[in-house]
Design a protein around this ligand. Sequence first.
Ligand code: 13P
Length: 279
Amino acid sequence: MIRRMRQVIVAANWKMHTTPADAGELAHTIAARTRESGVIRVLCPPFVCLAAVRDALEAPDVAAPDGQGVAVGAQDVHHEPAGAYTGSISAPMLAGLATWVIVGHSERRRDAGETDELIGRKLLAARASGLRAILCVGEQLEEREGGRAAEVVERQVRECLAGADPGQFGTDGGLPWLTIAYEPVWAIGTGRTARGADAAAMADLIRATLGALGFPARGEEIPVLYGGSVTSGSIGEFLAEPAIDGALVGGASLKPDEMAAIVARAALTATARAGRAAG
Ligand code: 13P
């Protein structure tokens, strides 16, 4: 029996690190050291490094044995296709540079005042331009300590997707148009991680919310990643949870050794899932 299987994804968020002079070499090194079948790899460098990373990833020695290359993602996108928006980058401008995009990262919610409503518009802009979106959600420390984490994440998912047609955000060629990254804000860059079981509970809640919004298969096709201080040491705890489909990695994603170990661990999960799906 062939059962539905969600892809395992490791996405690297390089944040405001690397320059056009060094990003290509780093991307190539990471890609060449993460050639594992069954894992979708996505590198998200700063905008100005997208071309260098794209070019570096065209090298023949970065494809995994299953033929999968490494995708390039942007870290943000404007909600309008063009206009008087100084300093911004629109989805159509990313054509040929990126095929994925992160939207709603907590650092942009914090630094650029992005709201769920605005993030929802960015999701639609990304989809309209054929970019696969990684939507970030996650609670603040005081929200978790106040017992409101679930309520906050559910609201973020609902409000960010309020204007989306669920039928447009399924999968295409096995790849999802929407991936959700659960990134508790208190775990980002702090060395503190959520517990695997707590992240899995949040992934279940996210899928239940997608189901309530009318997503096909009650949201079961949408990958949910964990993000927040993921390293080679902590990835196993998250991937041991069937509800978690991979990671959005920050600091550790700039380190080839870390990425090699993280993707190798992700490949074990991908292999186990493929075995179960076929068995
Ligand atoms: P760190 O892995 O550095 O905590 O960052 C996580 C993150 O924000 C990924 O988007």
